[in-house]
Design a protein around this ligand. Sequence first.
Ligand SMILES: [Ca+2]
Ligand SMILES: [Ca+2]
Length: 584
Amino acid sequence: MKTKEILMFCVSALLVIACGDDDTKEGTDGNNSDSKFTPQELVVKGNVEKGPFISGSMITMQPLNQKMKATGSSYTATITNDDGSFTFNPEKFEEPYARLSVNGYFYNEYKGKLSNGQITLQSVVDLKDKSSVNVNLLTHLKYQRVMNLIEDGKNFTTANKQAQEELLKCFSLQSLNTTDVSQFSIAAGTDESAALIVTSALLLGKRSEAEFTEYLAKLCADFAEDGEFNESHQKGIQEERLALYNKLDSISRNLVKRYQELGRQIEVKPLKNYVDWNNDGILGNESHDPSKPITLSKTEIQAPMEGGTYEVTFTSDVPLYLEPQLEDAYPNSASVESVYSGPMTGGYMTTEKSLKDNTLTITVKEAEWQNSSNAVIYLYDYMGNEVAKIKISQAGNPEGKWLNDNGRYLFNMIGEFLMARYARYDFRELYRAAQYGLSNNDISIYHLDDVMKTYALLSGTWGAQTRSSYYYRYYWDGFISLDQAIADLQKAIENLEERSAGNCQTPEDLAMSSKDVARYALAYCYLCKDEEQQAQQLLDIILNEGRCSESTPVLGIGGQSVIGYSDVVRLKNGGNNGDDTVLW
Ligand SMILES: [Ca+2]
Ligand SMILES: [Ca+2]
């Protein structure tokens, strides 16, 4: 029997050496007895890290028995290096357990400077096979939970294993459960390091040391009780996660710099990969991996004027969203839309979209605009990267709206300019604005550029232009020759409608204009060049084809005549003959 026991012990010891932490598989729950330990002399060393504790901090070690009761002796050591490292003198341990407790100042990686106040961190460790044990925030959170579980009758191994699992789960770090948190170190450049840095920064945040101490005490008590954080703590942690997003880079830089100053190069893995941003308990399902393509059942939708409902199914390595989720990470960047920022006609289609179980449902409403419209629906990963898009185009509605707010605003202004013709308004700025406001669609369908040029030249004939100037200043930064003006108006006559602009009541009416308005402006230009015959021909067309009369002006606005029948007659009868100044 005795031989068998010895043999068992040897096997057990071999397992410890060979398998490291796998000794946690041993021990039997309920009998409060762990695998056997031969009393021996051990050197206990490690690091104390919040950020690293600074030199001068005192660390206390109390050997414990299997029931986690202090065996009487207590040892102290001083952290002699700013990287938080400590080493105790060799001591003989009857059992392989110890409580480590440290109080001191630390490097605050969140603020990038040393802490103003001291904090206390604890750890309870199994020294059996550990060459070094660390004290950090995770060991501190775990400490009281382990103690409670042992109090409930579990042995250290079982209690420690359970508390470790529970703790990592609180931060969605289950994948790192192969290593005891007392082995985590912020400076090691590993996954565990990154996770520890993130967790530490998350809980520290902007807190003062006093606030941090108070907060930690509450978290520890909450966790110790049942192995999870209560709802209010969970909510707080999630809020702080989101607030942490923009700080991670500086935290990483601060730590690298701090260790550099201590003469040590450390690496920090990209910290954003160690935060469960979407709080779904799974780490790393927030950023789409570009090497795993997302497939969509369709990437383009062509909707008729009436609209319709469309389903797009997709596959993705991570959950996708219709909107960026991290509002704190993307401060409101919506630009203010200026009046002249876009085309004058058309607008957005109206869509409704919803996303469920990898199916995107898009409803396109009936078209509101005469122009066809386009839209793009983006799918984002949780971090707000655009990872897929669906283009939608919709046919225009002939009965729909034409000028949008930009266009209506502009033609309202043009109306005012034309009405105030004797005030010699300068059209140049307005014209330039219109140029910026035009889209190819406006030009090819509605010829709004011809309308604009016609009005600009018409305004020129009322302005300070004289026959001798022979130039029209309707470009912002230059002049155009009379010949160019004539060519522009000839083109306008070709493109505009043969109609009576008559009395315009709306901006849309004014934006339609007519061939006759352009003819009138062109006749004036011919007269300026003494080409009377061409001028007469144009004026005759206006007067003789029945589109205008004493009661119907060539162009009127809101009941007031801008180019009346009598104006045309006056011009035909030599109204500008020999007059070198203002025409009327
Ligand atoms: Ca709790
Ligand atoms: Ca997640």
